[in-house]
Design a protein around this ligand. Sequence first.
Ligand SMILES: [Ca+2]
Ligand SMILES: [Ca+2]
Length: 352
Amino acid sequence: MKATEAAARWALAAVLALGGATGASATGRKAAGQDGPLCRGYAGLPEGFGPATGSAPNRAGLVAVKGGTFTLGSRDGYPEEGEPQRKRVRDFWIDRHEVTNAQFAAFVKATGYVTRAERPLDAWAYPGVPRERLVPSSVVFVPPTQPTAAYGWWKLIPGADWRHPRGPGSDIEGLENHPVVHVAFEDAQAYARWLGRELPTEAQWEYAARGGLEGATYPWGNTPELRGRAMANSWQGRFPFEDDAADGHAGTAPVGCFEPNGFGLVDVVGNAWEWTRDPWRDRHGQDGSDNPMEVKLNAADGPRGTQPRVIKGGSFLCAPDFCVRYRPSSRQPQDPLLATQHLGFRTVLNTR
Ligand SMILES: [Ca+2]
Ligand SMILES: [Ca+2]
């Protein structure tokens, strides 16, 4: 959740270049795809969903992605999106939509899994924090009522977890088709393992997010909207104070309320950020073009799995006047131990 002045400057430049405006009025903008097969009418569970019962993997909810070569990263985005690299990925399968609350609930019901945010905080991970404050907690977006320092809108709230996304008193009733949030890296991995799957590498995620549209700023082209329609769940209005929800949704949206990309994936950008399995590096590495999914991912891991991981795609909190990260090439480091209200994931099935 760090930003630099350079990043902020780029965000403003991007807004000007793309013809948008800070706090732009969205008059006339329509939310897209509300009547599609997903969105509000969707229960959040793909047909046949569950772990494999035989030797064949369960592909419920997955989309087949034909492998290929593409350019990972961008020279036009924030500094961490460079230097662009040619990468090749093999064929793989990936979730059509972000993992939903309904899917995650099925996993928890079947396994009894307890997420990191539901357990007391580890003293070793939070040195100096009094023991009485090491209670189950997660990070919640709390809109400030007056100007605040950057990131002052994030609060560590005891009792916030995937079932209570805004903290105690909130719940996920009626949000079964929304992306699950407040999942730490190990929680996402545990879910993926239950299904015999994995988290995507950054290269897989970005290749899938681009949907075959090589070099485009967004999964649908080079403009923030398309034919006057919002194409992703982001933030409209003066961040972090007022979300106009001109795209039809304040906070997370049901999955699939916006048009799919060229590969049939929905909400790759916007709605919830998504974990990848890649350890974070400040710039894309020159580590060869072939099969980036074969990189030894644990080599850079720190003690007890504390190496920050790459997250992708931006969220409902991304705003043109603050964080223009609802783009395939955008990326951010994330503490793997830290669950937050704007971060979920999707899984991949690697057919080696
Ligand atoms: Ca929105
Ligand atoms: Ca997303």
